[in-house]
Design a protein around this ligand. Structure first.
Ligand SMILES: Nc1ncnc2c1ncn2[C@@H]1O[C@H](COP(=O)(O)OP(=O)(O)OP(=O)(O)O)[C@@H](O)[C@H]1O
Length: 263
């Protein structure tokens, strides 16, 4: 499949006819591309992801996902939101949370039929990807923040997406999980397109070649350009920079990527 996963053309968006949140946004994400999205708080990253999933509609311009309106492409898209609105007393296990992610793939059967052998097998495979299969029967409410985040990544993978959207996937995970997750993303990007929001410049620069910078408008930068000055321009504010050493395992070698990291 060689059609673009995401295509924005002259997109403008505002909530309830208020101030513009996104202005004249045009970009394309090709098949099997792994792209990061960065930008300041309130810059419009989550809004942009919601336009891709069809949860929001542009005020003007067009959004196409696999050449279709976003609503029609939903079964092909996995989405891990930034915050999970979850009732802690609702009795649901880790396995059931991930199984829910298969509803889109199962279509109408998802609502009227029991999960079949393939659904159950794939659920466990997704949990294994994030090394959480041993906690499959634990109540979701009994997990730590980082463990919940890993389960939500598994849930986004459960629909066997061709486009995976991740909003701050490494916000609560430890360094070891982050390294494993990086390898998983690299592996996934051989088959599917991945768009990941992250504030972690070390993580981003070790993984992707270009980043989509969102601050009402969108600019695409190669990661090699992500110097302190460029990041300051992207984030449009003064900030302290620290040196951030990021370990990355590639072809059996562990190398360290040095990146400027905003505090
Ligand atoms: N439902 C809403 N109604 C009105 N305004 C909203 C709504 N959701 C977001 N906004 C506003 O839209 C702007 C962009 O928000 P958005 O959540 O897309 O930013 P973000 O880049 O994801 O930020 P962060 O890094 O803090 O998660 C902000 O000014 C925010 O206050």
């Amino acid at each position: 499949m060689n059609e673009a996963a995401v295509c924005f053309h002259k997109v403008h968006f505002s909530y309830d006819n208020g101030a513009p949140v996104l202005e004249d946004v045009s970009f394309t994400i090709g098949p099997r591309e792994l792209v990061a999205m960065v930008g300041p708080n309130g810059g419009g990253k989550t809004t942009l992801l919601k336009l891709i999933t069809g949860m929001l509609h542009p005020s003007s311009g067009t959004v196409r996902i696999f050449s279709k309106n976003p609503e029609y492409a939903r079964p092909r898209v996995g989405y891990m939101p930034q915050y999970l609105h979850f009732d802690p007393v609702f009795p649901i296990t880790v396995r059931e949370v991930v199984l829910m992610g298969r509803l889109g793939r199962r279509g109408i059967r998802g609502f009227f039929g029991w999960p079949d052998k393939k659904d159950r097998f794939h659920t466990m495979e997704c949990l294994a990807h994030v090394e959480m299969e041993h906690l499959a029967d634990r109540p979701f409410s009994a997990l730590s923040g980082g463990q919940r985040q890993r389960v939500m990544i598994a849930r986004a993978l459960a629909c066997e997406p061709e486009l995976l959207l991740l909003d701050e996937p490494t916000a609560n995970v430890d360094a070891q999980t982050e390294t494993r997750f990086m390898a998983l993303l690299e592996q996934l990007s051989h088959d599917i397109s991945v768009l990941m929001v992250s504030h972690d410049m070390g993580f981003v620069s070790a993984l992707v070649k270009s980043v989509i910078c969102v601050n009402r408008r969108v600019v695409i930068h190669p990661t090699t350009e992500l110097t302190g000055t460029a990041i300051q321009e992207i984030y449009n504010c003064s900030m302290q920079m620290v040196r951030h050493d990021h370990r990355c395992t590639e072809k059996g070698h562990t190398h360290v990527v040095h990146a400027q990291h905003p505090l």
